[in-house]
Design a protein. Sequence first.
Length: 297
Amino acid sequence: MSAQLPPNGTELEANGISLDLQIPERAVRGHVEIDGYKLATISIEPVGEHVGTALLIPGYTSSADTFNGLLQPLSERGYKVVTFSQRGQCLSEGPDDTAGYELPRLGQDIHEVIQKLGLGTHVHLLGHSFGGVVSIEAVLQDHSPFASLTMWNSGPRNMGRDLLEQRAGLIEHGPRAYFVGNQLATGNDPEADLKGELNVIEQYYYDRLMSTNPAQLEAGINILIDQVDRTLELSRTGIPVLVSHGANDDAWPIEMQRVMAEQLGADYWVIANAGHSAHADRTHASAQLLATFWDEH
């Protein structure tokens, strides 16, 4: 009989175990100071021989903890894995002015994290969602530190008019507008936070959102609204690329991601029974897919 796989991240959440509590015992929390701000890091060393190093970049309203489920299985494949909350995200410091979150600055943060943590010149870079937009920027600034790029549930250009409505709500009502919008969209009580009726997992995501710097949220959504297709520029770097998403990804249109992969000549893998956070829905499958791609490069 085959060994039973550990539960996926979404299964752990169903049992009341939030992302921050899914961190492996061997993983280490720390921070790196960039541009005068402390950015929270999580890292794990490989089990056995060091095969390679990966740097994982979280999405728009996310944090370093989003990848906790991937750390142990990737380390067991021989990878040192590092992730960090981008400036202004939950756990990290950041400026209170949107000018401090321009895309070139976010891309430079990736390079400075690599340098300050001594990650070397063959780093496998992964960007989830908005993290993919920032990762492309980093690669186009200088692709020499990177062995590969993974666009993880992330697309090449702006997602459409829906973001304009979200930005208007953010500017008028602040970060809580995102919570209220999600509650209404899912048929839940938009005042559950005020009534103290959030369960453990809901409270985690609420706290993560509300501890994110509002300037980061405004600057980030502006970047997403203004996102332009840089696929041709990326192809000219010659860096190996993997484009992968959950079969039920509901952020960038799936067809848009598939076409991007074709234009890049990239590997293109779709993860069945997974949504926008494929690493949570199919944690073990995602880790094995990523390690297999990295092994080849």
